[in-house]
Design a protein around this ligand. Sequence first.
Ligand SMILES: [Zn+2]
Length: 185
Amino acid sequence: MKMQSVKSHFAPYSILQKRKTTINHAFASAIAPVDEYDEAICGAALRFLGQDPNGDLECVYCGSQAETWDHLVGLVEKAELRGCGHQLGNLVPCCRNCNSKKGAKGWDVFLKGVAPNEQTFAAKQRLIASHVDRYSAPVNLKEVAERMPDEWTRYCEIKREIFQLMAEADAIAARLRGIVASKRV
Ligand SMILES: [Zn+2]
């Protein structure tokens, strides 16, 4: 480690800048569609993916032992809910390695990079796309806003108010921080 790396700790903390993404994510997640657990339907979905629901599940991308569930489509994009949520059709067994490597990439883009050849890629892509069709029903945010305009407007307002309060707290924190000065030798 180099001495200069300590600089990252000297940057003043901003509540708004450091937590804005988390708040956006929370507001999107809270309205994301959620499935109820149904053993028969989960079993059928896994069998459809070519897996044994009673055995150890495999990563849909690379075939090694799965340790997590990957959201095929991430919940949030540009601070808004994309429409997909915690639904069976948006979740697939995945190993930790693939899950972290996939990041914000589209599932099919990531699959193409992992698949050993074009044929395997095409077959898996078809299978996963059918899994999405069968077991997920994304929400349309525009439709939600139209059907419950008052709730939707207030929901967006609350988020804006939270950001305003965080910005106000940041300004106060900057003044409070100014009271304590480091000892300099
Ligand atoms: Zn994997």
